[in-house]
Design a protein around this ligand. Structure first.
Ligand code: NAG
Ligand code: NAG
Ligand code: NAG
Ligand code: NAG
Length: 452
């Protein structure tokens, strides 16, 4: 009986492993309750029956008898034993019946489990169907795809789902347009459109099977370390999506009216040269001063969030610190430019969870990007994420965070405290070079993730 229960438990476990939903967990709990009852029946009925039988037997053992009532006593004993045997047999039959009905119950539960698994499958299919767009490549980009070697204990499933931003499904018309391309052919040149989709939460993007167009006269890049401060040739990229068609145009843009993201970032002979070199004791911190807050050589790897044309990473590279620069291509080919300098760009938005494991980075820097344009909850996600990826003792250099005076004390200082950063340095002040009204503030901060 025990081994039968074991058998069912195994079967149930196997089925459980194949499905994942909480409803199935509930079913498993019911199953466990039944099995527990089964064991209880066994404990209370099985052995007690044996005891009864034994006691009946011993009580009625032929005792020393007198010769006169010898046969009568023997008969009575026999009669009593027979009666008890009959009772025991009916008990066994009853037990069998209970076991049988429990068996049936377990069987029907297993059938129910299988049915629910099928239901989940059909829900997955419905997800694909809820994409109203008739586009096989899109269906294929979303998955699921059956694992060729079957069930994987790592994922607890026999299928995989490519990671695609949930936001993709909210903008189905754009998505359909984005996914219209020839598989194995050349990708459409639609960077601005694609990036807009990304910024709406369709990140990562689902286009997977085409070749990006190569620039017409691409040459080998400038060798390192000269590449750090060399403007790449115009032939290194495709200018299609931009209003400018040359790097010189991007450099000159700083003199033009109108708002462009990181307007003067492409001029490697201009302001880029002096950034983070001098520490003015106020909002502008110097890289060397920041590195000195830690034992020499212990700041080795890090991330610059929204790092423009990569100058922070270049300066850090000169100090043997490896910085990955995240940047969008807003109004300019920032990713290509950073890569041409021999630095590492990653094309992820500030909404995306950082693609680093916890407690790994020595430093995270961000200038201008994290500011009051970000909804508070989203900003809190980002700040927690920075805390997560920093190693204990790692440094978050929040550089020129822009906000209104009331937000400084009302929102952002409490938020940073809540997340748990320790302030190593803090400077707040109004910046006069922008000609905004007097309630507009910046703050710069060196924040440390506590060691413990
Ligand atoms: C055996 O015992 C039962 C009760 O214990 C009694 O009803 C029955 O008459 C007895 N049979 C004989 C043959 O004595
Ligand atoms: C158990 O149930 C099945 C189907 O109802 C029946 O055929 C079988 O005889 C039952 N066995 C016992 C021991 O009651
Ligand atoms: C960087 O590393 C190189 C090679 O180890 C070394 O020669 C150089 O002095 C280092 N530069 C700095 C600024 O530490
Ligand atoms: C924030 O609070 C501090 C301390 O209470 C105060 O000195 C400072 O003036 C406040 N800043 C702003 C911008 O209101």
């Amino acid at each position: 009986m025990g081994s039968a229960a074991e058998e069912h438990r195994k079967e149930a476990n196997q089925l459980q492993r194949q499905c994942g939903s909480s409803r199935k967990w509930k079913l498993k709990m019911i199953l466990l309750v039944i099995l527990t009852n089964l064991v209880t029946i066994y404990i209370f009925t099985g052995p007690s029956f044996n005891l009864k039988y034994l006691s009946a037997y011993t009580h009625n053992l032929p005792l020393p008898l007198t010769s006169s009532d010898h046969s009568t006593s023997l008969f009575n004993q026999l009669n009593s034993t027979t009666t008890q045997l009959v009772a025991s047999q009916s008990l066994i039959a009853e037990l069998h019946e209970t076991l049988n009905s429990t068996n049936l119950l377990v069987q029907s539960l297993l059938i129910e489990l299988a049915r629910q698994q099928e239901e989940q499958q059909s829900k997955d299919d419905q997800l694909s169907e809820s994409i109203k767009v008739d586009n096989d490549e899109l269906i294929s980009a979303i998955g699921p795809h059956k694992l060729p070697l079957g069930h994987s204990p790592r994922t607890g499933s026999n299928e995989v789902y490519p990671s695609v931003g949930a936001g993709c499904l909210r903008f189905q018309e754009e998505l359909a347009q984005y996914m219209k391309y020839e598989i194995g052919g050349e990708c459409p040149v639609d960077d601005v459109f694609a990036q807009r989709l990304m910024l709406k939460g369709c990140e990562p993007l689902p286009r997977r099977r085409c070749h990006p167009k190569s620039p017409a006269n691409y040459k080998e890049p400038t060798p390192f370390p000269d590449s750090l401060w060399t403007t790449p040739p115009d032939s290194s990229i495709i200018w299609d999506p931009y209003t400018c068609k040359s790097y010189q145009c991007l450099v000159n843009r700083k003199k033009l009216p109108g708002f462009y993201d990181c307007k003067d970032c492409f001029d490697l002979k201009g302001r880029e040269r002096s950034r983070w070199v001098v520490d003015n004791g106020r909002l502008d911190y110097g890289i060397d001063q920041v590195l000195k807050t830690k034992p020499p050589g212990t700041i080795r790897i890090g991330l610059d969030i929204g790092g423009g044309s990569g100058t922070f990473a270049a300066r850090m590279r000169e100090r043997n610190v490896t910085i990955i620069t995240s940047t969008m291509n807003l109004d300019g080919p920032f990713n290509s430019f950073i890569a041409s300098r021999g630095l590492i760009p990653i094309h992820v938005s500030v909404s995306e969870r950082l693609p680093f494991f916890e407690n790994t980075l020595d430093i995270v820097h961000s200038m201008h990007v994290l500011s009051n344009w970000i909804p508070d909850t989203m900003l809190e996600f980002t700040l927690y994420d920075i805390y997560r990826v920093l190693r204990p003792g790692g440094i978050f250099w929040l550089d020129h965070f822009f906000c209104y005076g009331s937000q400084l004390n009302g929102t952002y200082i409490p938020m940073l405290d809540r997340i748990g950063f320790k302030k190593l340095r803090w400077n707040a002040g109004m910046k006069h070079d922008r000609g905004f009204d007097r309630n507009e503030w910046y703050f710069s901060a060196l924040l440390e993730k506590p060691m413990t």
